[in-house]
Write a protein that binds this ligand. Sequence first.
Ligand code: SAH
Length: 228
Amino acid sequence: MERQDPFAQERRRMVEEQLKARGIRDRRVLEAMLQVPRHLFVRPEDREWAYADGPLPIGFGQTISQPYIVARMTELLGLKGKEKVLEIGTGSGYQAAVLAHLAREVHTVERIPELAKQARERLKRLGLTNVHVHVADGTLGWPAEAPYDAILVTAAAPEIPQPLLDQLAPGGRLVAPVGSRGLQYLERWTRTDGDFLHERFEPVAFVPLVGKYGWHPGEYGNTESPAG
Ligand code: SAH
């Protein structure tokens, strides 16, 4: 195993130094991040930086998030294994792969068809058959499979899109970066009896969520260049 994956050592170091050392405690999250080969989700020319402590470009002006942020948002969802999860912003597919290790079924929505295609191929090659990649405006959620026990938004929203709150099951958790274009805070919304518990965590910086209930083209600057 070790010999077949030259990155296993780097992955272990990532989990120790970037995740455990900064307070990620959920054992299942740590184990999933130890398993998922992040180097297969970045561009070939970036492979040697795949386990570095930061985001990386994936083309189309988009990024794969920093490992710590992936772990932190996943931990905030509190997954136990039986959930149906919705992710908005498939990007590389890395976060979806982590979720696939921790939940029963994952639906992930991406607005850029080429990114969705690449992610679908990666996930298939890894044998992660419980992830389904859809091309659509994720600010509308994915009503066909609703409700969801957990929803993760991995692009910056000006506010939580109402359709996502509507598609959350009772007791379900939604985690999203909410704020301005340049700076957001991680928020968690938990559906309680007829209401929502709303918590706010640390500041983050994500690429914009672009769509009907997100930022509108022209409001968020030029992040669409194919050069990434
Ligand atoms: N989770 C990804 C990183 C997300 S980057 C990973 O693990 O690699 C944010 C992604 O959200 C980008 O790919 C962007 O195209 C996508 N996105 C932005 N607005 C969207 C929308 N309304 N619906 C679906 N995807 C969207």
